[in-house]
Design a protein around this ligand. Structure first.
Ligand SMILES: [Zn+2]
Length: 323
């Protein structure tokens, strides 16, 4: 059966083509315009990108959810690895795993782009690309899923040519969303029904004795809100939060990075539990959250630009702190 179920990736592709992050990653980035990238992507994207075909996932079959298991197997599908195409010189590594969820076993995939630096110590930039499973309506997830996915694609492009001391990993996490309606409804203390991808990544790093090499983790989530207002998350590492919010203030962007605080459970918690300094940049004050109104008209390229400008301007201070 063929049907269109790739609305979030449509949105993601649309956002990607709209949003350049500009001039904050050093002189090497100055003067880069969006146009060549758009043209290049248009050349690279397959002709069928306007009419993606949904393939039933190999296992779990949660139709309606976008995530690793719903990408299908055909190269002509607009997979993230296509949206971050070879012309950028980036290689997308897949980290597949099978999650035990309330609806059964679901195949998932974290996607990782590694930008080697002068040292092997890492700074991670993460966000989830899965969308929440809704069976009662088609959920797009323009901010909740697509905005972080699109942001990381553009971030990878901006960072890749800038000289950097630390190794950067850009990670599209699968399985952030709960399969049950609410975040905690079906979870148990030792097996939450959420953050499947981030928990798997951390476990794999711990098994490989590689967690110590992760010096900081920055998570973006739901940053597309047209009316962007990001509060400080009290679960995030304080010094990381301070650097980013102070940077926003210095850029006169405190009307987006608000002084008010909140407490958020998200993909940063497994990293925090593992001792990795971590920050969640999330705008949860979003009327369209988990509704069929989380569509392109509710999000803005400007919001992603603001987050990118602040994050890249803050990066030298973050690196100085963990050096
Ligand atoms: Zn969500």
């Amino acid at each position: 059966m063929k049907c269109v179920k790739m609305a979030a990736l449509h949105a993601l592709a649309g956002l990607t083509l709209m949003i350049p992050l500009s001039g904050v990653a050093g002189d090497a980035q100055q003067g880069k315009s969006l146009r060549p990238v758009v043209e290049s992507q248009q050349q690279q994207l397959p002709a069928t990108v306007d009419a993606p075909v949904y393939q039933p996932p190999p296992r779990g079959a949660p139709g309606g959810r976008v995530g690793g298991s719903s990408r299908g197997l055909e190269d002509r599908l607009p997979r993230l690895s296509v949206l971050a195409p070879d012309h950028t010189g980036l290689t997308v590594q897949e980290q597949p795993f099978t999650a035990e969820t309330p609806i059964g076993r679901v195949d998932m995939v974290n996607l990782i782009v590694r930008l080697p630096g002068k040292r092997t110590d890492k700074i991670l930039f993460t966000g989830h690309y899965d969308t929440k499973l809704f069976r009662e309506f088609q959920f797009v997830g323009a901010s909740d899923g697509a905005s972080s996915g699109a942001f990381l694609i553009e971030l990878a492009r901006v960072l890749k040519d800038a000289p950097h001391e630390f190794t950067y990993e850009i990670i599209w996490l699968d399985g952030e969303e709960a399969f049950c309606k609410s975040w905690t409804e079906c979870g148990k203390p030792d097996s939450p029904d959420n953050t499947y991808g981030s928990r798997y990544y951390v476990q794999a790093a711990q098994k490989a004795n590689a967690i110590q090499a992760i010096k900081a983790m920055i998570l973006v989530d739901m940053i597309g809100d047209r009316d962007l207002g990001i509060r400080r998350d009290s679960n995030s590492t304080r010094w990381l939060t301070d650097i980013v919010w102070n940077t926003a203030a210095s850029l006169k962007l405190s009307n987006y990075f608000l002084p008010a605080a909140t407490t958020v459970e998200d993909d940063h918690l497994p990293f925090i539990a593992a001792g990795v300094p971590s920050l969640d940049i999330i705008d949860l004050d979003y009327d369209a959250w988990h509704t069929q109104r989380d569509t392109l008209d509710a999000v803005s390229a400007r919001s992603l630009q603001v987050v990118g400008d602040v994050l890249l301007a803050a990066l030298p201070q973050i690196e100085a702190r963990v050096r």
